[in-house]
Design a protein around this ligand. Sequence first.
Ligand code: ARG
Length: 264
Amino acid sequence: MKTFMMCEPAYFEVSYVINPWMSANIGLVDRALAARQWQTLHDTLAKKSHIRLIEPVTGLPDMVFTANAGLVHKQEVIVSTFRHTERQGESQHYTKFFADAGYHLKSLAPGVIFEGAGDALFDATGELWTGSGPRSDEAAVTEITNALQVSIHALELVDPRWYHLDTAFCPLADGYALAYKHAFSAASAALLQNKLGEKVIWVSDEDALNFACNAICLEHEVILYRASSELKAALKHYNFSVIEIDVSEFMKSGGSCKCMTLEI
Ligand code: ARG
C-alpha cells in the first residue's frame, strides 16, 4: 500500500501570485468548500492507501500542496528549496516532518532551487523524470543524480501555466503516461515520445487546462479534477478508470489532486 503525505487546507487561500492561475483569484477561495473538497480527496485515497498528515501553518497557504515538500526516494529525502519567497518558509516544517519520521535528509548545493515532487516524478520502472524552467533549476538534475544515485530524464518546461512538471506529465502504471506536449520544449516533447513510444497519452488543450495530467495513479485508477470523454475513453482503452474529484478551490491556486499529495 502506498503512503501519502497530505496537509489540511486550514489556512489555504490565494493571497499572492506566483503562477498565472492565481492572478484572477486573490481572496476568492471559499475555504469551507475547499475543506470539503480536500476531505473528499483524502477519503478517496484513504480507502486504498495510508495517509500521514503534516500540521498546517498559518501564513503558509500553499502548504496544502505537499507535492512540493520534497522528493522522497526510499528512506532519503531532498527537502524543497523554493523559488518564491512566499513559499520559502515551508521548508523548515518539511525538514522537521521528515527528520521526525526518520528519513535521511539530503541537501543540494546552496542556491539551487528544487521544488520536490512537483518537478520530479518516478515512473513505474523507477526512473526519474525531472522538470526545470519556471520553478526548479536545471542544475538540480546533477544534484539529484548525485544525491540519490538514480538515473534521470530531464525535461524543460516552457509555458508558465504548466510551471511544475506534475501539471503536464503523469507516469501511470504499466509504463503509460499522460503528457501535454505544448508545456515542453520541442526537444523534451521528442524525448517523451522516444522514451515512451505508444505509451504516452498526449492530452488535449482542454484537458491540459483542467490539469488532467495532475493525476494520482493508484494501480489502474486515475484520480483527477476533470477529464474529457475522449481522455476517459483513451484511458479505458489502456485499462484505466477515472475518478473525478471537484477541487475547484485549489485550481484557483494553480493546483489540483496530485499536488495535494506526496508519496512517502
Ligand atoms: N500555488 C502553488 C504554487 O504556485 C501551487 C502549487 C501546486 N503544486 C504542484 N506540485 N504543482 O506554488
